[in-house]
Design a protein around this ligand. Structure first.
Ligand code: SF4
Length: 490
C-alpha cells in the first residue's frame, strides 16, 4: 500500500493532492481489469500478475468500464488471437477517449512479438513480455499519477544466466500468499521451449526451455496441498521434457497423499518414456490422461513441421500407453492446411485420428506466424476455403468419435472432482459441474457442500457433449489403480 500511496502522491485521506496531477481520483485504490487470451500457461501468468498487484494493494474488477487500469495478457500462437486483441484495443481506445487517465497495458507473448507495432498505438501505456511480468507493479508505479506519461516497456527473451530468472521464480512463489479456498491449481515446471517446430512462435516469445528447480516445485505444491488444493496440473510447453520427469511425478504423488489428482500438460510425443507411463500406471492419483499433440498424420508434413517423430512412432506410443493403461484418455491437437498438405496428407491425418480414437481433439487451421520457418520458407498453398473444408471434415469425424466415447459412459459410475455450481447461490442444492480424471465434463444436481470433493456420479444422459447424471456417493481414493478401475465400471 505504501508503494501505491507514494506513486499516487496521496495524502493520508487517500485523495490526490493538487498541483501537477490532472486526475481528480477520489480513491486510493486502483482498480484493474485483466483479460486473458491463450493457453493454461497464460492463465497461470495472469494469476501470478493478479497476485503481484494484489500484494501492492490493487483491486480487480469484472468490468472494463469501471477499471483504472486495463491489462490484456495476450497469445501469439495464432493470428486470430492477435486480431482479437487488436480489435479489443480499438474498443479500449474509445474507453480511454472518455476517460483519459485510463492506463492500458499489453502483456504476454504479443507484447514481445509485435512490439514495434504496438508501441506506436497511442492508447497503450505499458508493454511487458512474458519473461518480465514480475516488473508490472514497478512499471505501473512509473505511470500512475504522471501527467505526461512515457510508455513503459519491458521485453526480454530470457537466458539461463540472467538474474531475471530468480525474479520470475519469486513471482511463481508469491502466489502462495493467497491460496485459501481453492481446490485446483496450475504449477509451472518448465519455461519456454527448445523444439522449434517450424510453425511455432513460442521459442521466440517465451525463450529457451528452462526447468524450474525441483525443490521450488515441491515447496509450491506442499503449500498448495496444505491450503486445501486437491488437483494440481503441472505445466510446461513440453512438460514431459523435464529432467527425470517420471521421478518428479512419482515424488509428488508419493509425498502428498492428500493431493487427489495430479495432471500434466502439454506432452511432446518423442519425450514420453516407458518410465513416465509406468509411473502413471502405478500411481492411483495420477490422472490417466495424456494430452499429446500429433499435429499431423503424414510423415511428410511432420517432417516439414520439424516435429521430430513419425506417424509410426506416434501410433506405437499410443498403443504402448493403452497396453499399460487400457482406459487412458488420449487428447490431441491437429493442424489442417499446413504448407504442402495435399489431400492425401490430410487423409492420413484423418486415418490417424480413426486409429487413435481421441477422446477429444483440438483442431486448428494453419496460421502462418511471422518469424517462423514455415512462414519464411514455405509457400502457403492450401487456400482458406480448403482449410475450412478440411477443418470441418476433421471436426465431424472427431465429433463422431467423441460421441461414441460419451455413449460408452452411459450407465457407468464415474469419479469426478466437483468444480463449481452453475446457478446462482439461492439454494443449497445446485446444478454442479465437475470433471472425470479423463477430463470429461459432468453435470448433476447436488449440494453445494460437494464443491471441491471427489464424488461418484452415475451417468444417465448426454447433452451437447457433456455427461449428465446423479450423485451416488463421495469417493475415497484409498485403493490401487486396478481396484479403482473395477469400482468405476459398475
Ligand atoms: S513443442 Fe513445438 S509447438 Fe510446442 S511450444 Fe515447442 S515449438 Fe511450439
Amino acid at each position: 500500500m505504501a508503494e501505491l500511496v507514494d506513486a499516487l502522491d496521496l495524502g493520508s485521506s487517500g485523495i490526490i493532492r493538487g498541483g501537477s496531477n490532472p486526475f481528480t481520483r477520489k480513491r486510493s485504490i486502483m482498480l484493474v481489469y485483466l483479460e486473458t487470451f491463450g493457453c493454461q500457461m497464460n492463465e497461470l501468468d495472469s494469476e501470478l500478475v493478479k497476485q503481484q498487484l494484489k500484494n501492492n494493494s490493487y483491486k480487480f474488477v469484472e468490468e472494463d468500464k469501471s477499471a483504472d487500469i486495463i491489462l490484456v495478457n495476450t497469445c501469439s500462437v495464432r493470428d486470430l488471437s492477435e486480431q482479437k486483441v487488436l480489435s479489443r484495443l480499438g474498443y479500449f481506445k474509445l474507453l480511454k477517449d472518455m476517460k483519459p487517465q485510463l492506463i492500458i497495458g499489453i502483456i504476454g507473448c504479443m507484447a514481445e512479438r509485435k512490439k514495434e507495432i504496438l508501441i506506436a498505438y497511442p492508447q497503450i501505456d505499458l508493454l511487458v513480455g512474458p519473461n518480465r511480468l514480475y516488473e508490472i507493479s514497478t512499471l505501473l508505479k512509473n505511470i500512475i499519477g504522471i501527467s505526461k506519461r512515457t510508455k513503459q516497456v519491458s521485453l526480454f527473451n530470457i537466458d539461463r544466466k540472467d538474474s531475471s530468472l530468480e525474479l520470475l521464480e519469486r513471482m511463481d512463489l508469491e502466489r502462495l500468499q493467497d491460496i485459501e479456498n481453492r481446490k485446483q491449481a496450475y504449477v509451472r515446471i518448465t519455461r519456454g521451449c527448445n523444439k522449434f517446430c517450424s510453425y511455432c512462435v513460442i521459442p521466440k516469445t517465451r525463450g529457451f526451455e528452462i526447468h524450474r528447480n525441483k525443490d521450488a516445485i515441491l515447496y509450491e505444491i506442499k503449500a498448495l496441498v496444505e491450503a486445501g488444493v486437491v488437483e494440481i496440473t503441472l505445466l510446461g510447453q513440453t512438460v514431459n521434457h523435464y529432467p527425470e520427469f517420471h521421478a518428479l511425478l512419482k515424488d509428488i504423488h508419493d509425498r502428498f497423499p492428500k493431493l487427489e489428482r495430479l495432471r500434466f500438460m502439454t506432452n511432446y510425443p518423442r519425450d514420453i518414456s516407458d518410465d513416465i507411463l509406468d509411473v502413471m500406471r502405478n500411481s492411483s492419483r495420477i490422472c490417466k490422461y495424456l494430452h499429446i499433440p500429433a499435429q499431423s498424420g503424414s510423415n511428410k508434413i511432420l517432417k516439414l513441421m520439424n516435429r521430430g517423430y513419425t506417424r509410426e512412432h506416434y501410433l506405437a506410443l499410443i498403443r504402448k500407453a493403452r497396453s499399460k493403461m487400457p482406459d487412458i484418455s488420449i487428447v490431441g491437437d491437429m493442424i489442417v492446411g499446413f504448407p504442402g498438405e495435399t489431400q492425401e496428407d490430410f487423409e492420413q491425418s484423418l486415418s490417424l485420428i480413426e486409429e487413435v480414437q481421441y477422446q477429444n481433439l483440438y483442431i486448428f487451421k494453419y496460421s502462418p506466424r511471422p518469424d517462423t520457418v514455415s512462414f519464411r520458407k514455405m509457400i502457403e498453398d492450401v487456400s482458406s476455403k480448403e482449410k475450412q473444408i478440411r477443418h470441418f471434415k476433421m471436426l465431424s469425424l472427431q465429433q463422431q468419435i467423441s460421441l461414441k466415447h460419451l455413449k460408452n459412459q452411459l450407465g457407468k459410475i464415474v469419479v469426478i472432482l466437483v468444480e463449481k455450481a452453475l446457478n446462482a447461490k439461492l439454494y443449497m442444492s445446485a446444478r454442479l459441474i465437475g470433471r472425470t480424471e479423463g477430463n470429461d465434463v459432468v453435470i448433476f444436481q447436488g449440494s453445494r457442500d460437494l464443491i471441491g470433493k471427489i464424488v461418484n456420479i452415475r451417468i444417465e444422459y448426454i447433452t451437447s457433449y457433456i455427461l449428465g447424471g446423479s450423485f451416488v456417493s463421495e469417493f475415497k481414493n484409498d485403493h490401487s489403480y486396478e481396484d479403482h478401475k473395477k469400482t468405476s465400471q459398475d
